[in-house]
Design a protein around this ligand. Sequence first.
Ligand SMILES: *Cc1c(COP(=O)(O)O)cnc(C)c1O
Ligand SMILES: [Zn+2]
Length: 374
Amino acid sequence: MELRCVDCGRAHPPALLYDCPACGGILELRGDDGLPPVDLGQGETPLLRAPRLEASLPGFAGQIWLKDETRNPSGSFKDRLVGAALARAVALGARGVVCASSGNAGAATAAYAARAGVPAVIVVPAHTPPGKVTQIAAHGALLLLVEGHYSRAYDLARGLERHGFANLTTTFLNPWGVAALDAVGHEIGARIGVPDLVLIPTGSGPLVQGVARGLPGARLVAVQAEGCAPIVRAFEAGAEAVSAWGEPRTIASGISDPLIGYERDGTHTLRLVRASGGLAVAVSDAALRRAMQDLARLEGVYAEPTGASPLAALARLHGEGRLPAAARCVLLVTGHGFKDGKAYEEMPARTHRVADPGDLPAVARLCEAALAEA
Ligand SMILES: *Cc1c(COP(=O)(O)O)cnc(C)c1O
Ligand SMILES: [Zn+2]
């Protein structure tokens, strides 16, 4: 077991290292970290066929599968990464952990640190969705709200590495955590073999790497929001390297990552997408809202905006004639709707106030009309 730099190829012994001491490159875990993760029951999430979504795309004759990562204990796939990274941090002598987060990684770190009895500091942008902030605070973590976007929280967490805190930030920083995401790919392959396309909400890209390594042969589609799409911009320009995004503007908080100061992560992800023969696609907030509604109403899956982004991308590719009609597609539904219900509150709903529950005939008329609509 060793840490190897993806840029210069040098190997380093197992330690709490976050980049290559020789060149600053991303470190990758080689060999098996046999250490059991801190366990709250993460992983082995359902893979659900989505026939009503399939039927909703005119002319589509392929398959849609939902990898439902909302079922992880804290409501996102970040649990897989944090459970592994925390166990290794403790084994390597860390007294506390820090995590910079747009919300979900912080919620995972707070929960798993509570489980392990380890002090946690979580750093999030002050505008993080209230559901996520509440979740982090509930687990008793020290919560730091920082003005500005995610990259400022990231810098602060890096500063705390020198003050006794292992860094569990879920970019490509922590090689022990990132390696645990390969299981997402393995689980898909074990259920249905290698699909044609896997559509992945993408911030800095560890999840893309997990699918690339765990499910070789699938074409990967990195999905970003139009209001924060540094990897898509580089992909479309045919660029070699990803550059940072200015000011993010999107309801998809889970992928609202401008990559300022760690653009190398985006470049690494861009290479993985290209090597798979895949694509990078951006979706609008309006398309995210439509996709959230379709997931919830056609399949019963309740996702935060980011979690619905693969469906928005699939609909876009289909609408533009870029989706092969018989493609077998897996959508990674990465985060739970409970975390960020605001976008749903603004959607049309079929809610009525019943002034007189004793007036059964009036209520029955309303309900029978619902039967007739079906
Ligand atoms: C963190 C996160 C992502 C992005 O994952 P990366 O591995 O950083 O690309 C996607 N969806 C949700 C819900 C997330 O919390
Ligand atoms: Zn190096």
